[in-house]
Design a protein. Structure first.
Length: 589
């Protein structure tokens, strides 16, 4: 049951939609004259626009922007190449449309326009064109090459090799095509000439410049639009050439500033090095410093030698004093010198003792044979006494020598101790002087190092200034295009057709919306809420009698059939017997 009701509702919706679409179609047919008139007006306006608008031509110069490197002789420039990212490219895109660049392009474009105007007037020599444009002859020849590349001298004459400028090609009885700056239109003498402002001229150059990066590449297209196809190519090439010139000047200017700065810094550091080393030398001379290096420091060497001498003397002093004290102790205990070890071991004492023992042995042998007063015995005894006296003298002399050596060792050690104290005080004074000395020396060496670094960097920068790498290259120069990009004829016609039909339909529906008359069965049933009996067509008869008897005279006509339909509708109605009044009206005003 529910499915059946849903189907009935769906059929009613489709029926109503078909009725609405049919209703719209009837509205369009009813207002077809208005739709056609609107369509014709729109198409006429489109055709008028296409035939009267000035065609706009576009020219494109393609530029490749690589990563910026500092110097081909420095490997770190290539190592750091990958660090430059999208921000560098975006910066260059903005620089291509910068105001400063457009100012230089405007100036050169105006000069080129003067050169072309001079060629148009018949001034073709470089000197005449230089006088007219205010440029040097060499600059005029360079500009003529650019003008030839842009195609002003014809599509087959794009190379200027010097000399007089070629003539400008033109069609008979037709003026040269005016551009933004070249070949301005001639105005009537009565019409006042108001020169454009500088801002308007600048906007005239920059307004139609577009920069279009090519996705997933380092290529960028610089496009310029102009009514003159050759001017568009010339301005596009001028923008790129001036952009490259600005970039080169920027790099060269930065390097030139760096060279000037490094030259000034190197000169200042050179003076500083000279002053520092001069101050160091003066300090050495005033303080009598030969050198503070360990291998050449005389004071330090003297201190080391004095310390060594004192250590040796002190060792000898200790040994000599110990020996003397031991000898004195033995002598005091024994009252003899022979018990002293150094005396007993002396070679001379030992020899005398040997001689004495031998003499005593010989005396004993003589006493066995002779009496005490025998001359030989007396002689031998005298010899023995002499040896004993010599032994006593030698032992006493050695003992005195031991004491003297101890005293001498003490005196020597004391003297060397004084020398060591002097050397220490001298070294301490030298150490005190060395603090200032090393400070001056360190400052001098640091300034010398900075000076050498500045010289090295200066040489590198000078080489870099001579070896500037241009990381931007022109891939394709702009050339004059034969087909304009504006207006787009097919698109304009298509939009005219669509717009004309849309405007016609919209106007038809709007007029129908304003019309509040009853025109159809649907209007009667929807707005009047009355039953509809039928249509009666217009009876085109001049005779009133024939018109009134239409159903009898022409029973097969549409009007007769309409009357029969109305009669049947009345007869078949639910309350046919109660109907006594019927309204007959016309939907045509």
């Amino acid at each position: 049951m529910e499915q059946q009701q849903f189907g009935e509702q769906r059929e009613e919706g489709v029926f109503e939609e078909s009725i609405n679409l049919r209703h719209y179609w009837h509205i369009i047919l009813e207002r077809r004259g208005l739709v056609a008139a609107t369509f014709v007006v729109v198409m006429v306006l489109c055709l008028f626009y296409l035939f009267t608008v000035t065609p706009i031509f576009s020219a494109t110069t393609r530029l490749q922007i690589d990563n910026e490197t500092e110097n081909s002789m420095r490997m770190e420039s290539f190592v750091m190449e990958g660090n430059q990212g999208q921000d560098y490219l975006q910066t260059q895109y903005k620089n291509l449309q910068s105001r400063s660049l457009m100012k230089t392009v405007l100036l050169e474009t105006q000069q080129n326009a003067k050169i072309l105007e001079g060629i148009k007037l018949g001034k073709r020599t470089p000197s005449q064109l230089a006088e007219l444009s205010g440029l040097a002859t060499e600059q005029v020849e360079q500009r003529l090459k650019q003008i030839a590349t842009a195609g002003f001298f014809g599509p087959t004459n794009k190379v200027y090799s010097g000399g007089n400028a070629p003539p400008l090609p033109r069609k008979e009885n037709k003026p040269l095509v005016s551009g933004k700056f070249v070949f301005p239109e001639e105005k009537e003498e009565e019409e006042p000439v108001i020169p454009p402002s500088y801002e308007s001229l600048l906007k005239r150059v920059s307004g139609d410049v577009s920069v279009s990066p090519i996705r997933l590449s380092r290529l960028v297209d610089v496009s310029v639009e102009s009514p003159n196809r050759n001017e568009a190519a010339l301005i596009a090439n001028t923008i790129v050439s001036k952009f490259l010139e600005q970039d080169n000047n920027r790099k060269r200017g930065k390097l030139t500033n760096a060279v000037d700065f490094l030259q000034t810094e190197a000169a200042n550091l050179s003076d500083k090095v000279r002053d520092n080393f001069g101050g160091l030398l003066t300090y050495k001379r005033e303080n009598d410093i030969i050198s503070l290096e360990e291998s050449q420091n005389v004071t330090l060497k003297a201190l080391i030698q004095a310390q060594a001498d004192y250590d040796t003397a002190h060792s000898r002093e200790v040994s000599a004093v110990a020996t003397a004290e031991e000898a004195d102790r033995v002598f005091k205990e024994t009252k003899q010198y022979g018990g002293i070890p150094d005396v007993a071991t002396d070679s001379e004492v030992r020899k005398i003792r040997g001689d004495l023992a031998l003499a005593e042995a010989e005396l004993a042998e003589l006493l066995k044979r002779y009496l005490g007063k025998h001359p030989k015995v007396i002689e031998k005894r005298g010899k023995i006494e002499s040896l004993k006296e010599g032994l006593a003298n030698s032992e006493r002399r050695i003992f005195d020598s031991i004491l003297n050596q101890a005293q001498l060792a003490e005196a020597t050690a004391l003297s060397l101790q004084g020398v060591l104290a002097i050397r220490k005080s001298e070294q301490q004074a030298m150490n005190q002087k060395s603090i200032q000395y090393f400070a001056l020396e360190r400052e001098a060496k640091q300034s010398e190092t900075m000076y050498n670094l500045a010289l090295q960097r200066l040489k590198e920068t000078e080489l870099q200034e001579k070896d500037i790498i241009q990381n931007m290259h022109v891939i394709d120069l702009a050339t004059a295009q034969m087909d304009p990009i504006k207006p787009k004829k097919m698109l304009t016609l298509f939009l005219g057709i669509v717009g004309g039909l849309g405007a016609g339909f919209g106007l038809a529906f709007f007029v129908n919306f304003l019309d509040d008359s009853i025109k159809s069965q649907e209007d009667i049933e929807s707005y009047l809420k009355l039953p509809f009996l039928g249509y009666v067509p217009n009876i085109k008869e001049t005779s009133i009698i024939v018109r009134d008897l239409q159903a009898h005279l022409h029973p097969q006509s549409n009007a007769a059939e309409s009357f029969r339909t109305i009669r049947a509708a009345i007869a078949l109605s639910q309350r046919a017997n109660d109907l006594h009044v019927m309204a007959v009206t016309s939907t045509i005003p």
